[in-house]
Ligand binder design. Structure first.
Ligand code: ASP
Length: 316
């Protein structure tokens, strides 16, 4: 595995990196910035503060989203995430770093920190993606503890849902608050993480866009990175995050790229069957853009020690 190793920060000016036996000095750019989907304020603050302390972009993203994975009030991520229609919580996550390495886990039960697990898949296995029981077994070999992800509240809501069993993914935050996070570190490297329990009351075995590299998350360190949230079934049809990054490669700003990518699928949004899709992107200069189909999408932006919620523009 081609891993870059960073050694000692020289009076805050930069670090030496060792990659493929070559030693290089990388100057701090002070451009550290972290953005994350929805009102994931604590998670984004954690990532931003780690970046300010000199953390690399991958560690900052994975430890940032870990806050939301442990938050039982977020019903679309980790602990307290809504179960599938059989009452079982299954989680999806992926990570991608500035070298283009990536890892992913899908339909994992009983493990809270699935973004960390995706990073372990990337760093400690010869594979990119592990699913279901295999991913869970791998987690135990790495020291993860088993935990019931269904909380009293999420169990009660599922029991209420069972009365009508109407599967109607609501268009906005009520049913999507998957966290996708992009971090740009002081060494001008971009990484990201995306973690979700997917859509509430999905069919058993359903996997959305969030753990699919290119759909829920894509990074190209020469260009930028993008993350997606919303109805995964629509996002995968255009490999959404990859599309946003490719548009930036062609010279579009993050904002323009998100708008074009959203508009490409907004036409499928029929009056009687509306759904939400949103993209968030960052480029190598630290510029950020976002766009959604429906109003109501916002993201967190940590820059220069300030962590702000930004309301995204939307197609409708
Ligand atoms: N994109 C996620 C999925 O389809 C849902 C979300 O963004 O909340 O699984």
């Amino acid at each position: 595995m081609n891993r870059r190793i960073f050694v000692f920060d020289i009076f805050g000016l930069g670090v030496f990196s060792i990659f493929k036996n070559k030693i290089k000095f990388i100057k701090n750019t002070e451009m550290a910035r972290s953005v994350s989907t929805w009102k994931t304020s604590d998670a984004n603050l954690k990532a931003g503060q780690l970046l300010d302390k000199g953390s690399n972009s991958l560690d900052a993203a994975v430890e940032g989203v870990a806050i939301e994975e442990l938050n039982p009030k977020n019903t679309t991520v980790g602990l307290g995430g809504a179960p599938d229609r059989t009452g079982i919580v299954t989680l999806d996550a992926c990570v991608m770093n500035h070298l283009g390495d990536c890892g992913s886990v899908v339909a994992v039960e009983n493990i809270v920190h699935v973004a960390r697990l995706a990073k372990d898949v990337m760093e400690k296995t010869p594979h990119v993606m592990l699913a279901g029981e295999g991913a869970e077994e791998f987690a135990y070999t790495q020291g993860y503890k088993s935990r019931d992800l269904l909380t009293k509240e999420s169990k009660k809501e599922w029991k209420d849902w069972l009365k009508n069993q109407e599967y109607k993914p609501i268009i906005n935050i009520e049913n999507h608050d998957t966290i996708g996070m992009l971090c740009l570190d002081k060494y001008n490297n971009i990484s990201g993480a995306c973690t979700s329990s997917g859509l509430a009351y999905k069919m058993r075995g359903r996997v959305g866009d969030s753990p699919i590299i290119g759909s829920g998350l894509f990074i190209d360190n020469k260009v930028g990175g993008a993350v997606a949230t919303g109805l995964g079934e629509e996002i995968v049809k255009t490999v959404g995050s990859h599309l946003v990054v490719e548009l930036m490669r062609q010279g579009k700003s993050p904002q323009e790229a998100c708008e074009i990518a959203v508009k490409r699928i907004a036409d499928n949004n029929k009056q009687d069957n509306r759904f939400q899709v949103a993209y968030l992107a960052i480029n190598k200069s630290g510029e950020v853009g976002s766009y959604s189909i429906e109003p109501g999408f916002s993201y967190m932006d940590y820059f220069n020690r300030e962590n702000k919620e930004i309301i995204s523009a939307s197609a409708y």
